[in-house]
Design a protein around this ligand. Structure first.
Ligand code: HDE
Length: 737
């Protein structure tokens, strides 16, 4: 069952049984709408209001009275309904969930969320695009955010990551320029939600450290099929701290159970108009229908002793750690299982802060991470209006705590007790912190260590030595901009490399500056000469010999770079199949196939001449109560093949065969075929596809009634065998010859 937009979900307070601790906490702040006996319409004062239709005025045609508190307050509240959108990642979709740990990381961290096997931690996850404003289309080519707040028993822990394991720049000081260059041009504010303009590629071409991320940005990773089919990465290097004070570098990974899949660019362009909410709808539909998206959580761990053993620097977030060097240890599962009740209160007001850490998890010296630790907290002050954003319902923790922070705009808590520390009331931790007696400083290195280790629960910032010459400087290994860009490119399949070249033609084709185009081609020449020669063809440019020829090495693993790698997951589950139910369709076939598809976890949607009843063979058109009448999701004029992953055309009677002749229906087949989507057809639909829709495209004789092409994902036949059906349902779309 897809997300129901008819408002029926508003009618009742959901049952409280089975709620996780965070949902139960949110429920305390929730207001539901049914007008039961005790409720009345009201304004700020909560006094009853009898009339919301007409303001108070002097005589029926006289001036409106400012003394009417109802009209005034309603207008005033409306005037202030908007808050600033996020300066980046403004467009997002959120969901509640549960994180369950299946493998303990006790050897590396004292964080209970990562050590107590079987423990379920409530979460809130927000997926986002980066540059588009909050109303932008979601299928634009964009890096995607993947941020998760864990409401742990030790406080909130936020992993604010992306769907790509590396980032554009190495130092946070350049972030403002990166984002300014990508956002719409400042004079006429275009383009929206895309990097296809001069400023962005100007910045990229003049900033060599961006090369690796530039390659990822042009790849299919920036056009995901679904947030359910998208990886996540912490990107920066973090540090786990064990109960004995051992520090271990960690990279965080999310791996979707449905595999990692993308759209093809032509679909994106069309979907941007057909359904600008494509990804948030997909997420909400899946959760509402009980097909809860799941992701494995994993870590790559590097001991402090091995910090210098790589030819890249662990503190450089333009680099990943290839899995041949450090395998991923999978430790837990995130399930997204509840849609928000109120988008603004939850998805908009959620404030992810990189600085939200729990004891046992710490920052590394990654210069991006260090500045991120400041930025997120800081931005919430203007976005959410002051320092009390952390006590908004979606942001407040579920563990008991005491704080001496007080007052400020919109204080949500009523805090009793001492507002200073230390105090004589023995506020917890008073006796525990290093050197006790309320003195939060120590007089020797040994004393600090001893005190911290005595109580791992206070070890968020476990002691470790820092030294160096204070200067504006970068580590020497930060200088290599090419090796990993080459590794990425080599690890893709040929078709994915081809998609990158096409993406380049689109992106740089929207730039006007010859200098930007040529400099960017020269940059990619340092990644791969053949690639540069290919992309240069669209710009009438001759590429020279590269200074850094491609080393030819590849990488693979549990989080393979190529989406066509055999370690990726291919499944019919979660895919949307459109079934064409034009009047006169074979009802038995449709019900058998749709039952089978649903059993495999597919979402089935029916398309007919009208939204409403579709009449099968043997039922009179208009006889709504006859058995076998199929309720459709879309009229054929109201949808396109791009909205489905696969199409099924049943057989049918003469009327059905005649309706197939419509240009719109023929276009369905041609477009889906062009996108390499699986198409299945039976009976009268077979010759129609072979001869009317795709004449000359299929390897079948003129009189053939059956054909199977695994290459095209196409099966046509009187009967579809099990093995053909299972090959078809692999739905390995997006693959070009
Ligand atoms: Fe962000 N980033 N970022 N970022 N970022 C924000 O915080 C920032 C960076 C990421 O769904 C902002 O609350 C700086 C890397 C995500 O609410 C802001 C730097 C990565 C989200 C901010 C970075 C990210 C944000 C805007 C360089 C991948 C959306 C609103 C030092 C690991 C979170 C907000 C959500 C949001 C700043 C770099 C991911 C302004 C200064 C690297 C997923 O604080």
């Amino acid at each position: 069952m897809p997300y129901n937009g008819d408002g029926s979900a508003w009618a009742e307070r959901p049952a409280t049984s089975g709620m996780n601790a965070k949902i139960a906490d949110l429920d305390k702040s929730s207001v539901y709408c049914p007008a039961d006996g005790d409720k009345h319409l009201s304004v700020f004062s909560n006094a009853p209001v009898d009339n919301l239709d007409t303001s108070m005025r002097a005589g029926t045609r006289g001036p409106t009275s400012i003394a009417d508190p109802v009209a005034r307050e309603r207008i005033s509240h409306f005037d202030h309904e908007r808050i600033p959108e996020r300066v980046v990642h403004a467009r997002g979709a959120g969901a509640h969930g549960t994180f369950t740990l299946h493998t303990s990381l006790e050897e590396y961290t004292c964080a209970k969320v990562l050590t107590k096997v079987g423990q379920e931690t409530p979460t809130f996850t927000r997926f986002s695009t980066v540059l588009g404003s909050s109303g932008a289309a979601e299928t634009a080519r964009e890096v995607r955010g993947f941020a998760t707040k864990f409401y742990t028993q030790e406080g909130n822990w936020d992993i604010v990551g992306n769907n790509i394991p590396v980032f554009f720049i190495q130092d946070g000081i350049k972030f403002i320029d990166l984002i300014h260059s990508g956002k719409p041009e400042p004079d006429v504010a275009l383009p929206q939600a895309q990097t296809a303009h001069d400023s962005f590629w100007d910045f990229m071409s003049l900033t060599p450290e961006t090369l690796h991320m530039a390659a990822w940005s042009l790849s299919d990773y920036t056009i995901p099929r679904s947030y359910r089919m998208m990886k996540g990465f912490g990107v920066n290097t973090y540090v786990l701290v064990s109960a004995t004070g051992k520090r271990t570098f960690a990279k965080f990974h999310w791996k979707p159970h449905l595999g990692t899949h993308s759209l093809v660019w032509d679909e994106c362009l069309k979907l941007g108009g057909q359904d600008p909410d494509y990804l948030r709808r997909d997420l909400a539909d899946a959760i509402a229908g009980g097909a809860f998206p799941k992701y494995e959580f994993g870590v790559q761990l590097v001991s402090e002793e091995d910090e210098e053993s790589f030819d890249f620097d662990l503190l450089d977030c333009t680099k990943l750690i290839p899995e041949e060097l450090v395998p991923i240890k999978w430790v837990g599962t995130l399930e997204l299982n509840k849609n928000p009740t109120n988008y603004f209160a939850e998805t908009e007001q959620v404030a992810f802060c990189v600085s939200n850490m729990v004891p046992g998890i710490d920052f590394s010296n990654d210069p991006m991470l260090q500045l991120r630790a400041f930025s997120y907290f800081d931005t919430q002050l203007s976005r959410l209006g002051g320092p009390n954003f952390s006590s908004l319902p979606i942001n407040r923790g579920v563990c008991p705590f005491i704080s001496t922070a007080r007052d400020g705009h919109s204080q949500h808590r009523i805090q009793a007790g001492p507002h200073y520390y230390p105090n004589r009331f023995q506020t917890p931790n008073a006796g525990k912190c290093p050197h006790g007696k309320g003195q939060n400083y120590a007089t020797s290195e040994a004393a600090v260590k001893e005190a911290a280790l005595a109580d791992p629960e206070t070890m968020t910032f476990a002691p470790h030595k820092v030294e160096g010459l204070r200067a504006k400087q970068r580590p020497p290994k930060f200088a290599d901009d090419y090796t990993q860009a080459q590794l990425f490119y080599n690890s893709l399949s040929e078709v994915e490399q081809q998609h990158m070249a096409e993406a380049f033609a689109f992106e740089l084709g929207h730039c006007d500056s010859r200098q930007v185009q040529e400099t960017m081609i020269d940059r990619f020449n340092e990644m791969d000469h053949d690639f540069a020669v290919t992309i240069a063809k669209s710009f009438d440019y001759e590429v020279g010999e590269p200074k850094h020829p491609n080393h030819g090495k590849k990488t693979t693993g549990q989080q393979p770079i190529s989406m066509l790698d055999s370690n990726n997951t291919f499944t019919a589950a979660g895919r949307k199949v459109g079934i064409m139910c034009l009047d006169g369709f074979d009802g038995l076939q449709v019900s058998a196939l749709s039952t089978g598809l649903v059993a495999m976890g597919c979402v089935v949607q029916f398309v007919g001449q009208r939204k409403g009843p579709a009449y099968p063979n043997g039922v009179k058109v208009g006889d709504k109560s006859a058995s076998g009448v199929q309720n459709t999701d879309f009229p054929v004029e109201g949808c396109r093949s791009t909205m489905f992953d696969a199409l099924f055309f049943p057989t049918g009677n003469d009327a059905f065969a005649k309706s197939l002749e419509s240009g719109r229906v023929i276009h369905f087949v041609r477009e889906a075929f062009g996108h390499f989507k699986p198409i299945a057809a039976v009976g009268v639909a077979v010759p129609w596809i072979a001869h009317k829709c795709l004449p000359g495209s299929l390897d079948m004789k003129a009189d053939a009634t059956a054909a199977f092409s695994s290459k095209h994902g196409l099966i046509l036949g009187q009967n579809i065998t099990d093995s053909e059906a299972s090959a078809w349902t692999k739905l390995t779309k997006g693959v070009k010859d």
